[in-house]
Design a binder for this molecule. Structure first.
Ligand code: DSN
Length: 422
């Protein structure tokens, strides 16, 4: 159908499919959703408006949408062990925006991991709403890239932020949510855990959960959780009835969150995404998913180990989760050059700042790699060794076109042995 209506777009979709299938996707925030999630996303649910929440909509005709959203909510609550879940955020940034909107007045102070040390734009980066509408005091890592809990504690005491974000986009170590909750408690700040990167690992039991420690947990649904592009906000407590503007207290968090998403920031929820989230949450509750999460970490450790054997420096010296940041300064190549060199042989990564990077964000000193996508395709530790070899060769031989052709062919050959959509 699409082929007849819009052959140009159809052809580009097919090319992107081939690119994903024939190459090594190593961006740690990406994954390969199941055919069932894809089917839910491409369904008639995209046709429907449903501002509001199940049972309280501003449009008629929502009987089935209510059921779908309620199922997604119940699955999220059960999987993450919380009593309240909002599954409507359009994506991770709007979810974090909503949490700030819910818990802070403009001009109040928040603290989050500096983006140049592995944090996220929405945790208080200077160019983002989170630093423009609030006062942001970002925390750095240690010189070698570890979360510096003593520094966070002393900053929290001194700065007295109203909200502390924890969670990262480029951090390869286990996060100590208990310690962070103690810090937040002593500073009388809300603790918000953004688990977008590690949600699937938490569900699979290979990373501790912030639930019970953080006042609010946000997550995207499309990274290690392997659902559609969307997000959720999780917390404990129950919204007050009827929903009304409430004081910014811990007891009122569920109400504040729901009101911040709608009508505060968003309009109609993306119902096709909600259905996709429901399907992904069902999949994530299976033993097969727990095994998948374990394999993601085993693969990341194997990839990091092999890359170190090839002389690559890894920030913090290794990984305990799904990702790693390579510090390329010892390899005489910048992150941008490495991203391009790898792209040319079908290996997709993203350039990334390293802690205390002397270079700029658009041409930093590092690259970030992760294993969720390749693990979904069925790759294991032995393939990670081959992937490390391809990366090492592609960087070393980047000026040798014959070598690049050979590596590209080897990458395709490896990929052809692993699952993709039929
Ligand atoms: N852009 C995401 C990532 O790649 O980690 C974070 O939002």
């Amino acid at each position: 159908m699409l082929r007849e209506t819009d052959p140009h777009i159809d052809a580009l979709i097919e090319k992107e499919k081939q690119r994903q299938m024939n190459g090594l996707e190593l961006i740690p925030s990406e994954n390969l959703v199941s055919p069932a999630v894809l089917e839910a996303m491409g369904s008639v649910l995209t046709n429907k408006y449903s501002e509001g929440y199940p049972g309280k909509r501003y449009y008629g005709g929502n009987v089935f949408i209510d059921e779908i959203e309620s199922i997604a909510i119940e699955r999220a609550k059960k999987l993450f062990g919380v009593s309240h879940a909002n599954v409507q955020p359009y994506s991770g940034s709007p979810a974090n925006h909503a949490v700030c909107f819910a818990l802070l007045n403009p001009g109040e102070k928040l603290m989050g991991m500096s983006i140049s040390h592995g944090g996220h734009l929405t945790h208080g980066a200077a160019v983002n709403f989170s630093a423009k509408y609030y006062v942001s005091v970002p925390y750095a890592t240690t010189q070698d890239g570890w979360l510096d809990y003593d520094l966070i504690e002393s900053m929290a005491k001194k700065e007295k932020p109203k909200l502390i974000f924890c969670g990262a986009t480029a951090y390869s170590r286990i996060i100590d949510f208990k310690r962070l909750s103690e810090i937040a408690l002593s500073a009388d700040a809300f603790l918000v855990a953004d688990i977008a990167h590690i949600a699937g690992l938490i569900v699979g039991g290979v990373h501790p959960s912030p639930v019970g420690y953080a006042d609010v947990t946000t997550t995207t649904t499309h990274k290690t959780l392997r659902g559609p592009r969307g997000a959720m906000i999780l917390c404990n407590g129950n919204p007050s009835e009827p929903l009304k503007a409430a004081e910014r207290s811990k007891e009122n968090i569920p109400t504040l969150i729901d009101r911040a998403i709608f009508p505060g920031l968003q309009g109609g929820p993306h119902n096709h995404t909600t259905a996709g989230i429901a399907v992904a949450l069902k999949e994530a509750a299976t033993p097969a998913f727990a095994e998948y999460a374990k394999q993601i970490v085993r693969n990341a450790k194997a990839l990091a180990g092999s890359l170190m054997d090839y002389g690559f420096d890894i920030v913090t010296g290794g990984t305990e989760n799904h990702l790693m940041v390579l510090d390329l300064r010892g390899k005489n190549i910048t992150g941008k050059e490495a991203e391009t060199a790898l792209d040319e042989v079908g290996i997709t990564v993203n350039k990334n700042m390293i802690p205390f990077d002397p270079r700029k964000p658009f041409d930093p000193s590092g690259i970030r790699l992760g294993t969720p996508f390749l693990t979904t395709r069925g790759m294991k530790e032995s393939e990670m060794k081959a992937v490390a070899e391809f990366i090492a060769k592609a960087i070393e031989l980047r000026s040798d076109s014959a070598a690049k052709e050979r590596i590209d062919a080897d990458v395709r050959e490896l990929c052809s042995n692993f699952i993709f959509y039929s």
